[in-house]
Ligand binder design. Structure first.
Ligand code: NAG
Ligand code: NAG
Ligand code: NAG
Ligand code: NAG
Ligand code: NAG
Ligand code: NAG
Length: 511
């Protein structure tokens, strides 16, 4: 018995001797990281405090555009109708030359992360964003990286592609931002372009493909397969948990110097992610509006009501400015061309570019007239988005023709092995949880708007038969406070009733 005990003691000793140094070396890093992450989270919580009137649109609207969430349709089809060019902060998407101090600046639309707010008047800024199912977002980022990079395949070799691009960029920099200028595409596209050319060189330009049925996400001799893409360090740095990092201001593109340490710490020690997630959830809670890519129609409707209506009601005074101040040309307003959609190499084919898009012309017309209503806003939005989708799918087809077998369709997605999907989910666990949170917020927004129905009834007589959306909006824009107060009233009543019921019960029990 004693021998056995001694033996187990010896064993324990051995184990601790071998394990301890390991534990202490990783433990040191863990502790350092925990300190860094906690410190950051505390200061973030501090700056996020205050300002409980989140439902009121403030002087400046910051559209935090998480890549591949469909933000550009909001930009072109909503915001462009609501704000004049002059009101859009110059070079929204262009970090190096972004200028929020511009006097008329009322709208910032950017892929820059939340740390951009450190450059903005925080108290006077409302933030809005759209979230998307993380798995779909990863797929979409993969497809878009390839789509844009494939446009360069018209060139005989990568040297020539790069040369043309840099020429094109210097030429266009004077007036517009290209996809290659903006984060994250400025990293993802050149990376993918390099890869496409390498693969083409290996198989030879003229080699025609066998048309065997293949999984579009695994066409190794044409493009980097999805499984390779998601495991690459670049994807780890830029794509995975991208929404969480963007909303917390911790991306690779952050204005905050400590961002890289915090981000890398969270990647090394996943359990520290809970601090980051908490900050992200808080921020989402405080946003004026949170949309969902999946629930597109309802998102658009809510956006029109929660944001559009307020912009319109505030622009009662702004309209004068617009009329006196003729729209400034593309020259000083980079985001006139949507960076995410702009021709990365213009010289290739401009027939499918933005220049011929009617949607943009319609926008200008609507600005001249100060009578835009939310109903009209939705109407213009619907037709704008239809055109936008057509243009986009057309360009996508043309691009992807160059990598023929990487024919990304919904069908093809279903062939992607379960194991890869599981891996994407686990690589994006923070985003998965944040997305669930966003869905809850979205539900609340939806309910809040529905809570407006009783008020609608009163308004209908005044507003004529314009449909409930329109009227809801009008009452909403009159005072978002009404809703808040209304909601508070209901909550207070419920709490009061619950309280009396429970006290009665306990009284009964005591008796
Ligand atoms: C790339 O293509 C250009 C244009 O055809 C050609 O002049 C150049 O020599 C090529 N460069 C290489 C490294 O093959
Ligand atoms: C951001 O990520 C890209 C791609 O991995 C990398 O090349 C770049 O240096 C990173 N930037 C910073 C500031 O870490
Ligand atoms: C440009 O687009 C037109 C019309 O779709 C097409 O006929 C032409 O071949 C394209 N040019 C290039 C260089 O891709
Ligand atoms: C848009 O406006 C431009 C110039 O104002 C014009 O040349 C172009 O034809 C218009 N496009 C459409 C589709 O109306
Ligand atoms: C705006 O509405 C007012 C009153 O409804 C109307 O008199 C005016 O003509 C309208 N203006 C435009 C540009 O439609
Ligand atoms: C891509 O797939 C769709 C549907 O499977 C098919 O109709 C289309 O012809 C394919 N395109 C190419 C270029 O292979």
């Amino acid at each position: 018995m004693a021998g056995l005990r001694a033996l187990s003691l010896l064993f324990l000793l051995l184990v601790s001797v071998t394990v301890l140094p390991l534990a202490s070396s990783t433990g040191g890093d863990y502790e350092r990281c925990e300190g860094a992450v906690r410190g950051w989270a505390d200061s973030a919580a501090e700056t996020d405090n205050g300002g409980d009137d989140k439902l009121n649109l403030k002087d400046l609207l910051f559209f935090l555009h998480i890549p591949r969430t469909g933000g550009r349709t909001y930009f072109h089809c909503f915001l462009k109708q609501l704000y004049s060019n002059a009101q859009e902060c110059p070079r929204s998407y262009d970090k190096l030359r972004f200028d929020p101090s511009h006097p008329d600046c009322k709208l910032v639309v950017s892929h820059d992360d939340y740390s951009l707010t450190s450059k903005l008047p925080r108290e006077r800024t409302s933030v809005v964003t759209i979230l998307r199912n993380p798995v779909d977002r990863v797929f979409s980022a993969y497809e878009f990286s390839i789509e844009v990079a494939a446009r360069f395949l018209v060139h005989p070799n990568i040297t020539s592609a790069k040369l043309m691009t840099s020429r094109m960029l210097t030429k266009s920099r004077a007036r517009a931002v290209s996809t290659l200028d903006i984060w994250p595409w400025k990293y993802l596209v050149p990376w993918m372009r390099e890869d496409l050319f390498t693969r083409r060189d290996v198989r030879g330009i003229d080699k025609t493909q066998s048309s065997k049925k293949v999984n579009a996400y695994d066409v190794e001799d044409m493009v980097m397969p999805l499984h390779q893409y998601i495991n690459d360090p670049v994807a780890h740095e830029i794509i995975h948990n991208g929404a969480t990092f963007q909303i917390t201001g911790l991306t690779n593109n952050s204005y905050f110097d400590g961002a890289h340490e915090v981000r890398h710490c969270v990647r090394r020690h996943p359990d520290l992610g809970r601090f980051v997630l908490q900050v992200a959830k808080n921020r989402l809670d405080r946003m004026l509006y949170v949309g969902l890519t999946e629930d597109h129609e309802e998102s658009a409707r809510l956006f029109a009501h929660m944001v559009g209506a307020q912009v319109l009601s505030q622009s009662g005074t702004l309209n004068l400015d617009i009329k006196e101040d003729p729209p400034v040309g593309i020259d000083s307003h980079s985001s006139m061309l949507d960076p995410e959609d702009e021709e990365a190499n213009e010289h290739m084919n401009s027939t499918h570019g933005w220049k011929n898009n009617e949607a943009l012309n319609a926008t200008e017309d609507d600005h001249g007239n100060g009578n835009m209503t939310v109903a009209k806003l939705m109407e213009t939005y619907e037709s704008c988005i239809a055109k936008l989708r057509k243009t986009q799918s057309c360009r996508r087809k043309i691009s992807l023709k160059k990598v023929e077998e990487a024919n990304f369709t919904k069908e093809a997605r279903r062939q992607v092995p379960e194991a890869i999907l599981k891996q994407i989910i686990s690589l994006n666990s923070l985003d998965m949880e944040l997305y669930e949170h966003a869905k809850n917020i979205f539900r609340q927004e939806h309910l809040m708007l529905r809570g407006q129905r009783p008020m609608v009834v009163q308004h209908t007589q005044l507003a004529g038969q314009k449909g409930w959306i329109h009227t809801v909006c009008e009452s909403w824009s009159c005072s978002p406070w009404k809703v808040a107060t209304f909601g508070l009233g209901i909550t207070a009543t419920i709490i009061f009733v619950a309280f009396t019921v429970t006290t009665r019960r306990t009284l009964k029990l005591k008796v």
